[in-house]
Design a protein around this ligand. Structure first.
Ligand code: ATP
Ligand code: MG
Length: 628
């Protein structure tokens, strides 16, 4: 099957359903829609507050302030709240290095490390509201540095380790950070990824930086600039690094972090999130979407350089008191079953990843999966792009063994938390993120902002504020208004196009900028690509529109073949016919180019604007987030 927009339903088993936190979506959705403030305040009350809020929501369009007057601290809720209970001896983090090293931290151990680093930061002069840049590989210190900053009220701003000098420098300068925390390198795909030299070059033009803190990970030789660079382990051995540190009492609306978007559609935006609302949103989505329970071991494969890592590696699981897994390296190192061996060895119960990863692992076939025992898995998740039904079914059958529902979660850096997503009780349609999370109101609208009819394509909007909503674009409230609130007055414009089907299920069909108009028809990139991937020879595909005097546009597709298939004229023709057959003649690509790789952001999203610009010989724009 490929893109059947009404499709067959996949139902959770009665056994799974009987034990879920949420057994009836409609009931809760309706309650939340009728009483949004009481809905969100009941959820917020499950967390700890130094002082309760006076007002659930202050909506000064387009700026939302949640839990106004309330005092809390997200790090207190992620750690101290559990350490004050029996959970102090429960595992908070299981970390595995690419070199097979394993480190584990109980809640108490993690809290102590965080407190020690929080005290180090304080001693170095970092104060509430100051920015701390974090440019670290996926090692425990990444999480420790985030939580330490949060604990003292500093604002963390992560930059994916692997970004170039310029990308790092721009982000440090935009945030005007005082400190950057980095490492002597990280292990990825059998190689040492150097980081320190990139930091050195970047900070040579970052006037706000007073100090560079370096974690020893690989033992590689690095230059240490006297007076500026300090070893993390040496600082942590000083008497100032006491394991006791009280959490700073933060206003719910105080900023927690700045994170730059993936840059799929253009220059990244510095998205600002708060302690209170963001905490409530990530807490409850983790709990309900993944049905997180006390005994769960949660593995989200994302890097914390992306919002997915912030919300669903670090904050969501820890706020719920679960065990979170972090893996440093490449999915296929040393062999293509590395991920499945991690699931097996650490008894992972919830597994959350991205379509791009699923498609690339599918290329190796199922035998690598079948040698592993994945019977602990209970819930699967997908995020980052529309998941094509082909990949969905492989994930469902081969990884989940038809036992584990797949939560296809649509959300953004800006939304902070899942927005459109199934819950495990939701009947699933492969390729649809299904329905909005309770308390969230979305719609698909036309150019005039009117709801479109079922089956028609339109713009995805969010109609009411939600707790983890971005507060602004850092230092640029005008861009915030312009980008999200100007296209359709009164509602949040997400930048994605979508359809709603007869059952009210939402299908994301691509970026608004990527929609291809052919002879008056509008076609989603996701539909065309998904049709291609449903052909046995195709591993990945990207579709773009190319101006054509007659048709307005023609469709050009770039195709990566599965191992064992060779490019040929015949195959190209076969693929064109296949798309025509699946979607109708209008969607038939005019041109096919076989390629070895596609331009992607480092978070794995296809950058169609780059393909389009290259094809048309135009400037490619901001490339700071392009993968090597
Ligand atoms: P920029 O805004 O700078 O172009 P970006 O939008 O890629 O970057 P993110 O915030 O990381 O940055 O990505 C959010 C986007 O990812 C969504 O707007 C959507 O296009 C896509 N996306 C995420 N999850 C899903 C999903 N489950 N289904 C479909 N699309 C998804
Ligand atoms: Mg975006």
């Amino acid at each position: 099957m490929s893109t059947n927009h009404n499709g067959e339903f996949f139902y959770p088993s009665e056994e799974l359903k009987s034990k879920l936190h949420v057994k009836n979506y409609d009931e809760i959705y309706q309650y939340a829609a009728e009483h949004p403030e009481s809905f969100w305040s009941v959820i917020a009350s499950e967390l700890s507050w130094f002082k309760p809020w006076d007002k659930v929501l202050e909506w000064e369009y387009p700026f939302a302030r949640w839990f106004v007057g309330g005092k809390t601290n997200i790090a207190y809720n992620a750690l101290d709240r559990h350490v004050n209970t029996w959970r102090r001896n429960k595992l908070a983090l299981i970390w595995e290095g690419e070199n097979a090293e394993v480190r584990t931290y109980t809640y108490l151990q993690l809290q102590r490390e965080v407190n020690r680093f929080a005290n180090v930061l304080k001693a170095m002069g970092v104060q509430k509201g100051d920015r701390v840049s974090i440019y670290l590989p996926r090692i425990p210190e990444q999480m420790i540095a985030m939580l330490a900053a949060a604990k003292i009220g500093a604002i963390h701003t992560l930059v994916y380790a692997g970004f170039s000098v310029e990308a790092l420098r721009d982000r440090i300068n935009d945030a005007e950070s005082k400190i950057v925390v980095t490492a002597d390198g990280g292990f990825y795909n059998g190689k040492v990824v150097p980081l320190k030299n990139i930091v050195d070059e970047a900070v040579s033009k970052c006037p706000s930086i007073i100090s560079v803190i370096v974690v020893k990970r690989t033992g590689a030789d690095v230059d240490m600039t006297p007076g500026r660079d300090l070893w993390y382990h040496e600082l942590m051995a000083l008497p100032i690094a006491s394991p006791k540190c009280d959490a700073e009492e933060m206003d719910a609306t105080d900023p927690l972090f700045i994170l730059y978007t993936s840059g799929t559609t253009g220059k990244p935006k510095g998205v600002v999130h708060s302690h209170g609302g963001y905490m409530v949103g990530t807490y409850i989505t983790t709990k309900w979407v993944f049905d997180m329970k006390e005994e769960d071991t949660h593995w989200c494969t994302a890097d914390s350089g992306w919002v997915t890592g912030h919300s669903y590696v670090v904050y969501g699981p820890l706020l719920n008191g679960a065990t979170t897994v972090m893996y440093e390296g490449a999915p296929t190192y040393p062999l293509p079953d590395r991920w499945w061996s991690i699931v097996e060895r650490h008894n992972v119960t919830i597994f959350y990843t991205a379509p791009t990863a699923i498609r690339s692992l599918m290329r190796y076939g199922s035998s690598w999966v079948n040698r592993r025992d994945l019977s602990t898995l209970r819930i699967l998740g997908s995020v980052g792009e529309p998941i094509n039904p082909e990949a969905w079914l492989w994930f469902y059958k081969i990884i989940g063994q038809e036992r584990c529902p797949i939560m296809d979660t649509w959300w953004q850096t800006e939304t902070g938390m899942h927005i459109i997503t199934p819950l495990p009780c939701t009947p699933l349609k492969p390729g649809s993120a299904s329905k909005p999370f309770p308390g969230i109101v979305v719609d698909v609208v036309d150019e005039e902002g009117e709801s479109v009819k079922p089956g028609e394509e339109g713009f995805l909007v969010i109609k009411t504020p939600w707790p983890a909503m971005l507060q602004t674009v850092y230092k640029d409230p005008e861009r915030y208004k312009q980008q999200y609130w100007s296209r359709f007055p009164g509602v949040y414009f997400a930048g994605d196009s979508a359809k709603k089907d007869e059952d009210g299920y939402i299908w994301i069909i691509g970026r608004v900028d990527d929609v291809i108009k052919v002879a008056g028809y509008r076609l989603g990139t996701a539909e065309i690509e998904s049709a291609l991937v449903s052909h046995p020879a195709v591993a990945e595909a990207a579709a773009i529109g190319k101006p054509d005097p007659l048709k307005g546009n023609i469709i050009k597709v770039f195709v990566i073949l599965k191992f064992g298939y060779e490019p040929s004229e015949k195959l190209a023709q076969e693929l064109k016919n296949h798309v025509g057959h699946e979607l109708g003649p209008i969607a038939k690509p005019a041109e096919i180019q076989f390629v070895e790789s596609l331009p992607k952001t480092r978070s794995g999203k296809i950058m169609r604007r780059v393909l389009r610009a290259q094809e048309l010989g135009q400037p490619v724009g901001d490339l700071s987030t392009l993968e090597e």
